[in-house]
Unconditional design. Structure first.
Length: 471
């Protein structure tokens, strides 16, 4: 799994893909003597889909070597021992439970403790799922072998690999594994959700903007459109903040002048292995294609995915940054964050599922990637208040429950909600404001403003009303 760190070190702008220039720079820094012609041949070899960029998966596939026959046999035997019902998949939970760290060769040699061996196994398995965006609770035989192919590249001696597989999975190296032909698994059709009269907060932004301008007879169509956006969002956010960042990188690759065309939109989603029906993609695209020219704005599609944080959530994020930024210069660095962040208080850290240091590293890495992506350049480990807030947009959309979101800040970021001021309503009821707008012409509003008085406010959108109701 060290290949992942190598990839990120080469990916200077944090885009998630390597350009020709980044690839050349890496070769130069490694002090390898390769002429330009050979370098282009090597780059094309890495670039599997021929889009002139090397993705993380393409990098892994080109760098690593395949397991030899002996190692592949042992991995197949291990899979068979876990696949007791012969369904062709193994449960990741079962893998973690049945892995015998006590008999790991490094433990037997006294170089590691059993908890260390188990922790390294589960961490490597989690990283594999993350790198390949696998969110299913099971692995196919192909995925299981791919995982052990990664592990195999870090182990030089065949005997050590054999000892690890035999001891940890209780396989008999003398037996022959039965490997059935791989049967393609049909994708389940998308679940059609019942249209609800009150969708979740994150799904409201598109619907309510349309409804605010629509005539009454058009409201049912607006609801249908926002349900398409909600289904699209739900298919993404379940993967977690890093996956949303990954999809955003894909969109950026295909974006030209801040615009995505329909085929590029579909290709970005396909490359990301996102299981979304073509019908849903076309519905979302049509909803955002306001001009009807077959183009959507990059910012619009990201708004559909991220939604927006409520004023209360923004207040919590702002309070956390204030805790970090003790010198009030508007900048937080890694040392500042490490000083405030209390990962040891998280339930998973207390139960031993994760280490507090790993939680901090995960926060810093994701924050760094998000900041690099939006700056368009590699982050220097210093974050502005708005960049810190942008990072939490990814966390927010993956945490629909307000209480859970608030708990993150009271538990991990030393935010005392008792010291936060109440969020006062800033707009009057819509009916009153409509009357005020009718009574005061636009010219009169301008005149009043010039005299230093406050003009009447325009009727708020449903978005702002919804925020107040949520609070």
């Amino acid at each position: 799994m060290n290949l992942r760190k190598i990839f990120h070190s080469i990916d200077q702008n944090g885009s998630g893909k390597l350009s020709v220039d980044e690839f050349k720079t890496a070769i130069k820094e490694l002090k390898l003597t390769i002429d330009s012609g050979d370098l282009e041949v090597i780059f094309k070899h890495f670039d599997g889909d021929k889009d002139s960029l090397i993705s993380q998966q393409e990098f892994f596939n080109a760098i690593r070597s395949d397991m030899n026959e002996k190692r592949a046999k042992l991995a197949n035997l291990a899979f068979n021992s876990l696949d007791a019902d012969k369904k062709g998949t193994v449960s990741i939970a079962d893998m973690k439970q049945k892995f015998n760290g006590n008999k790991h060769p490094a433990v037997l040699a006294g170089r590691k403790t059993e908890p260390q061996a188990v922790s390294e196994f589960t961490t490597a398995l989690d990283l594999y799922q993350e790198c390949y965006d696998l969110k299913a609770p099971t692995l196919t035989r192909k995925e299981f072998l791919e995982y052990y192919n990664n592990i195999s590249n870090c182990i030089e001696e065949d005997q050590y690999f054999q000892d690890m597989m035999v001891n940890c999975w209780a396989v008999d190296p003398a037996s022959e594994p039965e490997v059935p032909p791989e049967v393609p698994v049909a994708e389940a059709p998308p679940v059609k959700e019942e249209i609800k009269s009150e969708p979740a907060e994150e799904a409201k932004s598109v619907q309510e903007e349309v409804e605010a301008k629509a005539e009454p007879e058009a409201k049912e169509e607006a609801k249908k459109e926002s349900e398409a956006a909600k289904r699209f969002r739900d298919s993404i956010v379940g993967r977690g903040p890093r996956s949303i960042l990954g999809l955003e990188r894909q969109f950026k690759v295909y974006t030209k002048d801040d615009v995505l065309e329909i085929e590029d939109f579909k290709k970005a989603v396909e490359n990301f292995r996102l299981k979304v029906s073509q019908e849903n993609l076309e519905e979302v695209f049509k909803e955002l294609d306001k001009s009807g020219e077959g183009k959507i704005l990059f910012d619009d599609i990201m708004s559909v995915i991220l939604g927006r944080m409520t004023p209360r959530r923004k207040q919590l994020v702002d309070a956390a940054f204030t805790n970090i930024d003790k010198d009030n210069d508007g900048v937080a660095n890694k040392e500042d964050i490490a000083r405030i962040f209390e990962g040891w208080r998280h339930e998973d850290a207390k139960s031993g599922k994760v280490r507090a240091d790993d939680m901090l590293n995960d926060v810093l890495e994701t924050l760094n990637n998000a900041t690099s992506l939006h700056r368009g350049a590699k982050c220097d480990g210093r974050y502005l208040r708005e960049e810190f807030g942008k990072y939490f947009e990814y966390i927010s959309v993956c945490t629909p429950n307000d209480e859970e979101f608030e708990k993150l800040f009271t538990t991990l970021w030393r935010v005392d909600v008792n010291n936060l001021p109440p969020i006062a309503p800033t707009e009057k009821p819509a009916e009153i404001q409509k009357e005020e707008v009718k009574e005061e012409p636009k010219e009169e509003q301008i005149q009043v403003k010039e005299e230093g008085k406050t003009p009447a406010k325009v009727s708020p959108t449903k978005d702002s009303t919804a925020d107040q109701e949520d609070e």
